[in-house]
Design a protein around this ligand. Structure first.
Ligand code: SAH
Ligand code: SF4
Length: 376
């Protein structure tokens, strides 16, 4: 049985061609699925009943099964979604003054094992299917609409879906699940599906360089890079994929990406780890490194989880780091931590992962930080 949420626009068109139907039927069904958010083929009432019956014989709509649904004090809402086989992933809704953002997962776990990431510590089970990725947005819009959330969301017209922005920043490395992520992105952007602007869909990656080049050609959306260190020695330890694709290669790929990107800058994410990457010298190196890439910085206070072995830089040091970058001419924001009382903040998403990577625990050599000459 085909899950209609698994089909991108081309997949729906192919299904209707197989059923001997005109291509506009695919667009009609896409409207029902992704705009009216229907979960039932029989509810698609502008298809004649015999066609609905033929469609229902081969396809249905299977959204995610919700295990838990938790709302934080600040309105952030997290769904833990069952993806079978003992795995569950998380999707997080973040309402703000002028937008509603959904943070979407792309894998059950992650194989890249960044030193400070709770998802990475869970190991890796498998890539999510298109239906499991798209299903997060489908489910969130559907649930929020049914709960009347759009009434409390001044950025949407009454009765319209409340999610205006998607960030691929949940569990997993999106570029390691390339084909399914690109199919899902194409539905996020398609006017017959969710119709989001490219600028409002952001993919965050730890830096899989060949896949970044492919994304540039296949489906360029706004780009965030998990940088986290200003030199290869430190990044090799914090973000191990750097050993394969070091900083010079990554930054060159960012410049190539910008030739096609919907925004004229890359966002560099930089998690602030006390005594590890937050010193004066690191800021100076970062300024030199980023000089040739149109970029903004987003400093992320480290969100702790049990056994991480790291602590967040104190607020004063984060502010001083920000000041140094701003004085050097870089737009630099500090990410507001949302939903931390329900473990929904960046890097706290753990879900449930049946680790099948059987990797040895990563032994990180001690990181010796450079002496701090000043407030940073
Ligand atoms: N795999 C992708 C996207 C998911 S992680 C990536 O790495 O970019 C989303 C962001 O949260 C990344 O910038 C990641 O480095 C950051 N992050 C991971 N663990 C964190 C933690 N404990 N505290 C704060 N940010 C964290
Ligand atoms: Fe994977 Fe991203 Fe976590 Fe690194 S930070 S382990 S790439 S999810």
């Amino acid at each position: 049985m085909i899950n209609l949420l698994d089909l991108d626009t081309a997949g729906l068109a192919a299904l209707f061609a197989r059923l001997g139907e005109k291509p506009f039927r695919a667009r009609q069904v896409s409207h029902w699925l992704h705009q009216r958010l229907t979960g039932d083929v029989d509810a698609m009432t502008d298809l004649a009943r015999p066609l609905r019956q033929r469609l229902a014989a081969v396809a249905d709509v299977r959204g995610p099964r919700v295990i838990t649904d938790t709302t934080a004090a600040d309105g952030t809402r997290k769904w833990l979604l069952d993806v079978g086989g003992g795995n569950a992933v998380e999707a997080v809704y973040i309402p703000e003054d002028d937008r509603g953002t959904l943070c979407v997962s792309s894998q059950a776990g992650c194989a890249l094992d960044c030193a400070f990431c709770s998802t990475g510590k869970q190991g890796f089970s498998r890539n999510l299917t298109v239906a499991e990725i798209v299903g997060q947005l489908w489910h969130a819009n559907r649930t929020l609409l049914a709960d009347g959330a759009s009434a409390a969301a001044p950025w949407v017209e009454q009765g319209r879906a409340p999610i205006t922005n998607v960030v691929m920043m949940g569990m997993g490395e999106p570029l390691a699940n390339f084909d399914n992520v690109v199919a899902a992105l194409s539905l996020f952007l398609d006017d017959n599906a969710y119709g989001l602007s490219r600028r409002r869909v952001t993919l965050s990656t730890s830096g899989l360089v060949p896949a970044l080049d492919r994304l540039r050609d296949a489906c360029p959306v706004a780009l965030a890079i998990s940088l986290h260190a200003p030199n290869d020695a430190l990044r090799d330890r914090l973000v191990p994929i750097n050993r394969k694709y070091p900083l010079a290669e990554l930054l060159a790929a960012c410049r190539r990406y910008l030739e096609r990107a919907p925004r004229d800058f890359v966002t560099f994410e930089y998690v602030m780890l006390d005594g590890i990457n937050d010193q004066y010298g690191h800021a100076r190196q970062l300024i030199a490194l980023a000089r040739d890439v149109p970029c903004k910085f987003n400093l992320i206070p480290f969100n702790p989880f049990p056994g991480s072995g790291f602590a967040s830089s104190p607020r004063a040091r984060i502010l001083a780091f920000q000041t140094m970058l701003m004085d050097a001419g870089f737009v630099t924001t500090i990410r507001r931590t949302r939903g931390d009382d329900i473990d929904a903040a960046c890097g706290q998403l753990a879900g449930q992962v049946q680790d099948r990577s059987r990797r040895a625990p990563l032994r990180i050599p001690p990181i010796v930080s450079s002496p701090a000459p000043g407030p940073c």
